[in-house]
Design a binder for this molecule. Structure first.
Ligand code: ADP
Ligand code: ASP
Ligand code: MG
Length: 416
């Protein structure tokens, strides 16, 4: 008998009909002789709604109270899915993250999982029950309720699959798998039958939200095969495993787009040792994830430093950067939220020179101005104006031979 962890994202449990459809599918998997552990996200746009509510009520938003608020979304889903299963005669029991011993660090709203105890899940599964677990949450080493950052239900599912030694972890979402680009932005994107963990890590790290970055890290470190597929069509999706790509695979496997970051420029910073440390240390202490950094060559003893970071951290970062800029005698600070990051990812890049040059040529020919550039061994990322995102992504997709020859045809439900 196999043990399967199934994770259902927000659109998959968005309304009563969807919840009943999920319960049917769980019952079906169970009837085929499998043990099933279900992880659920909050219904539809619930988490966005809760964040908006917090914004309307408070400017302070202590992390502990944000987590108390945000974890309620997943609690609703877990109870409703368990009830729908009971209607089908499937014995099911719901648990919060804390009840199943998902132990995290103390970083509210972006906590990291340190350990998964999972005793209650093992007991319930051994007793023949389906466990329905609230995703995106845990309990900290200080015994406080925490959340794992946006998209964190993927991480809950993979961490549980690893702790329970599950045979597979199925990630049910609103597209039919992992594509060569976000099919909502590049309709010609093709579904990838298989993606290697290293590539998926780069894609997730570059901002493709189909899988949360930490979920891929867990899957790779604990050898959990992932199957990303749609709860709207139930057709086979994309396997994410450690299997190496074939020699014939294309050099580039995907174009990744990300609009979740903003760019900050500190203007006319004195060019002397220690300035970057003075600027970035307090941001790191405040848990702000700085992504790309560009420092220009100094003119007259001053230089501009630009960096990108999540828009969600802007409130915290703005205060810190303004304070440090004044301390170090910079001329001012610029914020730009209208940017997009576009990345090419592919393990074939390691052995194929000229990819960056071709990328820049394609963008130039399509009149896209590049504001920043960064690279890893299997990724090249550029920052452009947000308004250039679609043109840039589609032209790169075509130029690197990734177009499927037909537009994405499965339903594309309204996004959470
Ligand atoms: P869920 O609520 O199920 O976790 P998400 O919205 O977090 O769903 O992730 C699914 C979305 O990811 C898709 O609707 C799609 O728009 C987007 N996406 C981005 N990049 C890709 C990609 N390469 N392949 C498939 N989907 C992608
Ligand atoms: N509900 C959370 C979010 O919207 C977690 C998740 O869906 O994975 O980010
Ligand atoms: Mg998600």
């Amino acid at each position: 008998m196999a043990l399967i962890v199934q994770k259902y994202g927000g659109t998959s449990v968005a309304d009563p009909d969807r919840i009943r459809a999920v319960a049917e599918h769980v019952a079906f998997t169970r009837r085929h002789g499998n043990d099933v552990v279900v992880v659920v996200s909050a219904m539809g746009k619930t988490t966005d709604g809760l964040i908006k509510l917090a914004n309307d009520v408070s400017t302070t938003q202590p992390g502990r109270e944000m987590d108390m608020l945000l974890t309620t979304g997943e609690r609703i889903s877990m109870a409703l899915v368990s009830m729908a299963l009971a209607d089908l005669g499937v014995e099911a029991v719901s648990f919060t993250g804390s009840q199943v011993g998902i132990i995290t660090n103390t970083a509210h709203t972006k906590a990291k999982i340190l350990e998964v105890k999972g005793d209650r899940v093992r007991e319930a599964v051994a007793a023949g029950r389906v466990c329905v677990i609230a995703g995106f949450q845990g309990v900290s080493t200080d015994r406080e309720i925490t959340t794992l950052g946006r998209g964190g239900s993927d991480t809950t599912a993979v961490a549980l699959a690893a702790a329970l030694g599950a045979d597979a972890c199925e990630i049910y979402t609103d597209v039919t798998g992992v594509f060569s680009a976000d099919p909502r932005i590049v309709p010609q994107a093709r579904k990838l039958a298989h993606v290697n963990f290293d590539e998926m890590l780069e894609m997730a790290g570059a901002g493709s939200k189909v899988l949360a970055l930490r979920s891929v890290e867990f899957a790779r470190n604990h050898h959990v095969p992932l199957h990303v597929r749609s709860s709207f069509t139930w057709e086979p999706g994309t396997w994410v495993t450690s299997q190496e790509p074939n020699m014939e695979d294309p050099v580039i496997s995907g174009v990744v787009t990300d609009v979740s970051e903003a760019k900050v420029t500190v203007i006319a910073v004195p060019d002397r040792p220690g300035i970057s440390a003075t600027l970035f240390e307090p941001l790191a202490e405040a848990n702000v994830n700085v992504d790309m950094i560009v420092q220009n060559v100094s003119k007259d003893g001053t230089t501009d430093i630009s960096f990108t970071m999540p828009k969600a951290d802007m409130k915290v970062a703005e205060q810190i950067v303004a304070r440090i800029a004044a301390e170090i005698g910079a001329a001012g600070v610029n914020h730009n939220a209208d940017i997009a990051k576009i990345s090419l990812v592919g393990v074939g890049m390691k052995t194929s020179p000229g990819i960056a040059a071709k990328m820049f040529r394609v963008l130039a020919d399509n009149d896209v101005n590049i504001e920043m550039i960064s690279t890893s061994t299997i990724r090249i990322s550029v920052v452009t104006a947000a308004s250039d995102l679609e043109r840039a992504a589609r032209s790169l997709h075509t130029a690197f031979g990734l177009d499927s020859g037909q537009a994405y045809s499965a339903p594309l439900p309204e996004r959470k």
